[in-house]
Ligand binder design. Structure first.
Ligand code: SAM
Ligand code: DTB
Ligand code: SF4
Length: 331
């Protein structure tokens, strides 16, 4: 494909390596132009989904994910805390709603969900946050199909489980579980008819090929994940990746544009790492097809761009927060 050829907008789950590499390596402005064209075919380019994140169970995680400040393996200053109470979570969700969020994602530093009292409490959180009229998302580690059905029955709208990187590079980042485990959890949530949120992280020392392979793996899931978060590594002191330099804004734009072209109907989320991007670079990400962000002063344990800065950005670009699906479907 040469840079003048317009990429056809169709939903495909059979992308070949060469096709993905050709798209990823287009001259940047051609890539952005084509991604933007596809974005405008499927979405209102003036709308951005605003999601809020809350760590419902912080730190003390037995996994060894090299990027993560919540692993017990690393001395990062993140204190391990027990699972929050339902009331506290509902209060935080309703505050997030009042400040404009329409999706609420609850994260737990767990390797996997266990069938115990803590899981029952998370199910109750989901029921109550769902009653607020928010799209509820959770990221709790590995789940079985049976657990996924319980989450669905409680009203869970989406499950986040990132592939994080390519299958080849995965072993350099995490040794306590496999890529296959990740894919299996995604399949379990899909079988339970929960929408899938899956993406990854750039800036962990992976090659361009690793980035393209990760996007190809996501784009060859059938159906595509409804939501694809692209995170820039937040290099936290104490983790093995503490000295990684920040991701280039051009790389961010390239990842987002390629994700948009490969998965035209998915929400592409400009996730962690916005603190290291200028407002202008973020604008280019929206032009390239990003249509979702995490808002609020904190991600799970690290700082995020402030609400005031987000307001400035939305106002400068003429962007509007997207309504939750529930309201769209309401009569
Ligand atoms: N423990 C669960 C799991 O690993 O699936 C859920 C929580 S975990 C913190 C969710 C995701 O956050 C990870 O898969 C990773 O993509 C992202 N993440 C964690 N630490 C990060 C960091 N320092 N920079 C960027 N993304 C990060
Ligand atoms: C995702 O892809 N990124 C979010 C959310 N899904 C769970 C998490 C980002 C975490 C960044 C590091 C931290 O704040 O601890
Ligand atoms: Fe645990 Fe998730 Fe962090 Fe890995 S990414 S250490 S599984 S909280």
């Amino acid at each position: 494909m040469d840079s003048n050829q317009t990429i056809r907008c169709e939903i495909r789950c059979d992308w070949k390596k060469e096709e993905v590499f050709t798209i990823y390596r287009l001259p940047l402005l051609d890539l952005v132009y084509q991604a933007s064209t596809i974005h405008r075919t499927y979405f209102d380019p003036g709308e951005v989904q605003v999601c809020s994140l809350l760590s419902i169970k912080t730190g003390g995680c037995p996994e060894d994910c090299a990027y993560c400040p919540q692993s017990v393996e690393y001395d990062t200053g993140v204190e391990a805390r027990p699972l929050l109470q339902v009331d506290e979570v509902v209060k935080r969700a309703s505050d997030a709603k009042a400040s404009g969020a329409t999706r609420f994602c609850m994260g737990a530093a767990w390797r996997e969900v266990r069938d115990n009292k803590d899981f029952d409490r998370v199910l109750e959180m989901i029921r109550e946050v769902n009653d607020l009229g928010l799209e509820v998302c959770a990221t709790l580690g590995m789940v079985t199909e049976d657990q996924a059905r319980k989450l669905k029955n409680a009203g869970l709208y989406a499950y986040n489980h990132n592939l994080d990187t390519s299958s080849g590079y995965y072993k350099s980042i995490i040794t306590t579980r496999t890529y296959r485990d990740r894919i299996d959890t995604i399949k379990n949530t899909r079988r339970a008819e929960i929408t899938v949120c899956s993406g990854g992280i750039i800036g962990m020392g992976e090659s361009e090929e690793d980035r393209m392979e990760m996007l190809m793996t996501l784009a060859n899931l059938d159906p595509h994940p409804e939501s694809v978060p692209i995170n820039g590594l937040v290099a936290v002191e104490g983790t093995p990746l503490q000295n990684r330099s920040p991701v280039s804004p051009w790389d961010f734009v390239r990842m987002i544009a390629t994700a948009r072209i490969l998965m035209p109907e998915s929400m592409v989320r400009l996730s962690a790492g916005r603190m290291q991007l200028s407002l202008e670079a973020q604008a280019l990400c929206f032009l390239a097809g990003a249509n979702s962000i995490f808002a609020g002063d904190k991600l799970l344990t690290t700082p995020n761009q402030t609400i005031d800065k987000d307001k400035e950005l939305f106002s400068a670009l003429g962007l509007r927060p997207r309504k939750p699906f529930k309201e769209e479907n309401a009569v």
